[in-house]
Design a protein around this ligand. Sequence first.
Ligand code: BGC
Length: 498
Amino acid sequence: MGKVAVAFAAAAVVAACSVAAVMVRRRVKSRRKWRTVVEILKELEEGCDTPVGRLRQVVDAMAVEMHAGLASEGGSKLKMLLTFVHELPKGTEKGTYYALHLGGTYFRILRVHLGGERSYLDVQDVERHPIPSHLMNSTSEVLFNFLAFSLERFIEKEGNGSNSQGVKRELAFTFSFPVKHSSISSGVLIKWTKGFEISEMVGKDIAECLQVALNRRGLDMHVAVLVNDTVGVLSLGYYHDPDTVVAVVFGTGSNACYLERTDAIIKSQGLLTTSGSMVVNMEWGNFWSSHLPRTSYDIDLDAESSNPNDMGFEKMISGMYLGDIVRRVILRMSQESDIFGPSSSLLSEPYALRTNSVSAMHEDDTPELQEVARILKDLGVSEVPLKVRKLVVKVCDVVTRRAGRLAAAGIAGILKKIGRDGSGGITSGRSRSEIQMQKRTVVAVEGGLYMNYTMFREYMEEALVEILGEEVSQYVVVKAMEDGSSIGSALLVASLQS
Ligand code: BGC
């Protein structure tokens, strides 16, 4: 071989070696990055871990806080608010009633007609609209004018048929925010949640604000009750099944109410009701316990929210926040590796990933995870390989599993407080035979998260059985109550008239 040929051969070897070296370096680098995201996932899994032992600690903490909140005003982060609802609809109510529900994402208007028997419940003209986002930080006048205007249009559509007797229309106002009641039809807003920020409304009587707006429009309507959405759900649950004693909402926000004995409401001594009990609105979104598994994503989400240090439980389990926890995890993964491609500014935007998209990704059963690819693309992340899409599904699973399991612990906490968890309650002095006489207990549930996100629902129900045990859980029935928050409130108005 000539000298030139040797030189060429040597150069070719050097070039091949350096290409190989670059490829090896790239592979090592990409493996290192993959390892980084796998570690982020592992850390998330550990941070969100909810073994049954931990759930039981949450159950106990919930029951203890309920006692504290009932014992004194401000005794707990759980407000345990009086609702002045002490009789629930029985099924014999008659007449036509209206309901307006201001929730977290939607408002609804409907009319119910009752024929005096359970089977004669006719729900008519349900209207459901998204709440225009500008209203969430407008003024009290703008918000209530909008609600009155919507009611006016609803009534115009019905013509004279539904109100032929010319009597005033009786309206239930379901208001899904914390209210300090002075009666069943009046109460002042304690604080906003779920991103609403109309500060001048705090401390104002909500029913009065609506009544004034209705009068201003000349509407012949009377705000007969003001209730929390959970109370509406309980009412509809009880109407269908008198074993219903607890109601929970898993929607944009989350909360629970239940029937409590008046003598257990120590902070309101002397409170007398004909039934000896009253529905208590727990406002459990604000529950907190050191046993809750909190991650750095939760801490950042809270700090950057419109209500920091508030509604800690709600921020771990409700529809408004699950999407944002998932987004924060994906954002961190994309910042610490390039597996999501070039950085997307949308991914850095708070609440850019909504919980319904998390549910769609989690439940994507296409072999190539096309739904995951589509949603990531909408977030400005395109062309991610299948293994990365699988990783995203795993993140959704971890966050939703924790939410479902903590939600179950919350429910079990209430059951414990009222002695329906098989243990005899936390201040039990009850005998074993009494404990064994477990009563059938129905928990009525409503809210988009529960109704539409199958995996959330399954994780919740599975964890409830795990906490209570097979035997006791046979007596606990979880029942979905579609539109319960609005229909049930209209039923309450009816029960007051009969
Ligand atoms: C509110 C509760 C409401 C729950 C569910 C929470 O943010 O504080 O009053 O019941 O959301 O809508």
